[in-house]
Design a protein around this ligand. Structure first.
Ligand SMILES: [Ca+2]
Ligand SMILES: [Ca+2]
Ligand SMILES: [Ca+2]
Length: 224
């Protein structure tokens, strides 16, 4: 990995820039800070998402690009850099919404260090986030606000695994937004049936070495 630039962790900083270039093989480390790329001309969202995907390296945060040392060293593995267009953000908070106090025009990309699943960038994961993710999955749509938390270009089981794990763990560092995590999991499994359950079980085994069984979720018997 080449020479890196970084923003200090805990600095509570918003970086506002009109251009962002990260040379191949190098990193820009946002740590736990946020960024606004106030572009003009064509959307820069795909470029920014590409830099995050490269750095994120499927969750290991070992690649080059726009990275987060804070996400890499977070033992809960429940945080990432989310990216969305200012217009998506304004669709929730209104045309005059500010981001970390910064005024936004309609051609800007917002990058936030937050929990997987925080569709609306309010800093937590709650039923509103699940509602958007469900809509994104069933429509289907793409983009962070609609549930594509790993930047893959689609909303699928992997994204549900990320939001579920964040929902189940984020209260250790912040107040929970509402809802019983066990009930959320049961609701997801009832919604997506057996395939979702097995994917959830496999994902946790693969990523965390946690081996659930169907009986952990359905002690009275699997309903399918
Ligand atoms: Ca702009
Ligand atoms: Ca949220
Ligand atoms: Ca995805």
């Amino acid at each position: 990995m080449g020479p890196a630039a970084s923003a200090e962790a805990g600095g509570n900083t918003l970086i506002v820039t009109r251009a962002l270039s990260v040379a191949p093989g190098t990193t820009f480390d946002l740590n736990d800070n946020d960024l606004v790329l106030d572009y003009t001309g064509p959307s820069q969202l795909a470029t920014i998402q590409g830099l995050i995907n490269s750095a994120r390296a499927n969750g290991a945060w070992t690649g080059a690009g726009l990275t987060s040392g804070s996400a890499r060293t977070n033992a809960q593995h429940n945080t990432t850099l989310g990216a969305m267009e200012a217009t998506d953000y304004k669709s929730v908070y209104g045309a005059s919404a500010t981001f970390n106090g910064e005024a936004l025009d309609d051609d800007a990309v917002l990058v936030k260090y937050t929990y997987y699943g925080d569709t609306d960038f309010n800093g937590g994961v709650n039923f509103d986030d699940y509602s958007r993710t469900d809509s994104g999955f069933s429509t289907p749509k793409t983009g962070w606000m609609n549930g594509d938390f790993d930047g893959s270009g689609a909303v699928n089981f992997d994204d549900y695994s990320l939001i579920d794990n964040a929902f189940n763990t984020w209260d250790s560092v912040a107040p929970r937004g509402g809802g019983d995590p066990d009930l959320i999991e049961l609701a997801q499994m009832a919604h997506f049936n057996e395939a979702y359950m097995w994917h959830f079980i496999d994902w946790n085994a693969e990523h965390y070495g946690v081996y659930y069984t169907p009986e952990d979720f359905f002690p009275d018997g699997v309903p399918w």
